[in-house]
Design a protein around this ligand. Structure first.
Ligand code: DQA
Length: 145
């Protein structure tokens, strides 16, 4: 079964970007760690990162025709204000889990709100790279794999 891991704006800067908040591991480290984690679970992962709202929307739109069973989405700052991304999530029958590396609720007030959470299956925030792994576990439970 295929799952798609989508990372939004500035997440290509992991490792360089505010390491005290986001860690010292890179996006490539994250993706490779997830890929290895998913193998024994029988989950095939696809990865996508973009800094552009429209490209993220297009990638979500294409998920159903590829047989993707679930999307793990870290939409970065778009989480807090992109109604367009929210509508993209609502437009596909594929469940989406919102994830964040940092605990957004313990940070600036403008990060506390998510316009995506209500149309997602759930939200996982604050566990570093484990936020993504926990989302895969949630999909496993959901799909009884
Ligand atoms: C983030 C939290 C967002 O508020 C921020 O804009 C990001 C990363 C996280 O993973 O903790 O870019 O989504």
């Amino acid at each position: 079964m295929s799952y798609l891991i989508v990372n939004g704006p500035n997440l290509n800067r992991l490792g360089l970007r505010e390491p005290e908040t986001y860690g010292t591991w890179t996006l490539q480290d994250l993706e490779e760690g997830l890929r290895l984690y998913a193998i024994p679970l029988g989950m095939e992962l696809k990865f996508y990162q973009s800094n552009s709202e429209g490209d993220l929307i297009d990638r979500i739109h294409h998920a159903p025709e590829e047989g993707i069973r679930g999307i793990v989405l870290n939409a970065g700052a778009y989480t807090h204000y992109s109604i367009a991304l929210r509508d993209a999530i609502s437009s596909v029958p594929v469940p989406v889990i919102e994830v964040h590396i940092s605990n957004v609720h313990a940070r600036e007030e403008f990060r506390h709100g998510s316009v995506l959470a209500a149309v997602c299956a759930g939200q996982i925030s604050g566990f570093g790279p484990d936020s993504y792994r926990l989302a895969l576990e949630a999909f496993r439970g959901m799909h009884h794999e």
